[in-house]
Design a protein around this ligand. Structure first.
Ligand SMILES: Cc1cc2nc3c(=O)[nH]c(=O)nc-3n(C[C@H](O)[C@H](O)[C@H](O)COP(=O)(O)O)c2cc1C
Length: 234
């Protein structure tokens, strides 16, 4: 079939908007694994993400089955021991003003959904540990990246890749959650997956079929109106 000229293509705006609005971070998956051909289809979509100078700086690993169990056990152990091995710094204390407000709102919404009180430290840890059980997902994707300079450009590209991957999951009836929490143990993950240390890790995305009854899926985060975030220069 001949590829139509760009001006002849009428993209389906409604379908796109629906996918965009359906996507949300999934914090509770069914055990059901995703068929290989669907994973391939999502990976092929993500591969179309734009990147600085078309460098495509993602070296993607998909972890499933026994290897995922091994990874989970190692992450829970390292987390218990406080043995962090991140490639990049991350400190929520650095959030300020409206960014901090939004962060607090996420925490409040999430712990309410899990019925955990603010002062219940053990309960909060239990919820946060779900990150290291991949929220029960059967798969995790980790887009490792090469290191260029201060890594900001490649980091942005990885973000583009991640969002394309997430939207494609939604379009395939699947769900996912990006997890910086996994990046806190980049060293451990690279060791287990036999990934060279020169490659860096920002986050992983657990994915699979959403469990509609999971408490972690009982809410949807809102966004500020664009009037708060956009400045027009007419
Ligand atoms: C790069 C990135 C890392 C994230 N890391 C985590 C994480 O470690 N654990 C978690 O529960 N959610 C994590 N999230 C999900 C955010 O909390 C979520 O995207 C945000 O609250 C907006 O909600 P929504 O994705 O449902 O629209 C992350 C999101 C992004 C984009």
């Amino acid at each position: 079939m001949e590829t139509p000229a760009l001006e002849q293509i009428q993209p389906d705006t409604d379908a796109f908007k629906e996918v965009l609005r359906l996507r949300k971070s999934c914090r509770g998956f069914l055990e059901r694994p995703v068929a290989d051909h669907l994973i391939t289809s999502v990976l092929e979509d993500a591969q179309l993400a734009p990147s600085n100078c078309n460098t495509q700086p993602w070296e993607t690993h998909i972890v499933s089955g026994e290897k995922l169990k091994e990874l989970s056990a190692a992450l829970l152990k390292q987390n218990e021991a406080g043995r962090f091995s991140p490639d990049f710094t991350f400190d929520v204390e650095e959030y300020h003003g409206r960014y901090q407000e939004r962060y607090f709102n996420l925490g409040k919404t999430m712990y309410e959904a899990f019925d955990v009180k603010r002062e219940d430290k053990a309960g909060r840890k239990e919820v946060s540990d779900l990150n290291y059980k991949f929220f029960n997902a059967p798969h995790v994707v980790i887009p490792f990246m090469p290191s260029f300079g201060d890594n900001v450009r490649a980091g942005g590209d990885i973000g583009m890749y991640g969002q394309t991957f997430l939207l494609s999951l939604t379009a395939h009836g699947l769900a996912g959650i990006p997890q910086t929490a996994l990046g806190f143990f980049a060293g451990t993950i690279k060791e287990i997956l036999n990934v060279p240390n020169e490659l860096k890790m920002m986050f992983g995305i657990s994915f699979g079929y959403a469990d509609p009854n999971a408490p972690g899926n009982s809410f949807k985060l809102g966004r500020d109106p664009i009037s708060r975030t956009v400045t027009f220069h007419p």
